[in-house]
Write a protein of this length. Structure first.
Ligand SMILES: [Zn+2]
Length: 220
């Protein structure tokens, strides 16, 4: 821990990596019945031939879409490497594709995550960064929260000098319903440590990412 690593920063790290509250899951039969209810709500008959197997498929899809609730993102990153031979430049993984679902409409969010960090003494395998994205993407999300969660978890586990996470994504709740605006993507970013406090480091990381706009915009 460097001198600059003050206690409040460590405490802040600890409090940020919160896990979702555990809920009691309904039975599989309850879930199937809920899908039948939604089919009736849409105006169709869940017992007609073409729809009979649908509740089962939807429930199995949900298990895949929301598998991130069963994984602990902090445990996932625990295995780190300290033999870096003094490497202290930016480590970046770009264009990590993800699929998530917005928590307001349960509609798909599809996009890319760019992750960068400035190691202090620990690095992590790059596949772990991609897995970290998956764990948070496979939950009900809003893009801003997912951006912060990825950055905060990396910050907590690796304790690097800086973390930058930028997400660009299209929200199907905007393209296929509501305002119907296809081709719009939302960009969010979370900068911690040196990327937050040092404008030069921030500019360097943003130019490496090559983000259109290079900043953040509001959720619509
Ligand atoms: Zn939405």
């Amino acid at each position: 821990m460097s001198v600059a690593e003050s206690l409040p920063r460590a405490a802040e790290r600890k409090s940020r990596a919160k896990q979702p509250t555990r809920v009691r899951r309904p039975s599989r039969e309850d879930a199937l019945e809920a899908v039948r209810t939604l089919i009736r709500w849409a105006g169709d008959d869940p017992h007609r031939e073409g729809l009979v197997g649908t509740p089962d498929r939807v429930v199995r899809s949900y298990a895949e879409f929301f598998s991130g609730y069963d994984e602990d993102p902090v445990a996932l990153l625990q295995r780190t490497f300290e033999e870096t031979d003094g490497y202290d430049e930016i480590v970046m993984l770009k264009d990590i594709r993800f699929e998530s679902h917005c928590e307001h409409h349960i509609a798909p969010i599809i996009g890319k995550v760019h992750i960068a960090y400035l190691p202090s003494n620990r690095v992590v395998g790059i596949s772990k960064l991609a897995r970290l994205v998956e764990v948070y993407a496979k939950r009900l999300q809003i893009q801003e929260k997912m951006t912060a969660q990825i950055a905060n978890t990396l910050d907590e586990v690796l304790q690097p000098k800086g973390v930058a996470v930028v997400i660009e994504a299209a929200h199907q709740c905007m393209t296929t319903r509501g305002v119907h605006k296809p081709g719009v993507s939302m960009v969010t970013s979370r900068m911690l440590g040196e990327f937050r406090t040092d404008p030069l480091s921030r500019r360097e990381v943003l130019s490496m990412i090559g983000t259109p706009g290079g900043g953040s915009c509001e959720h619509v």
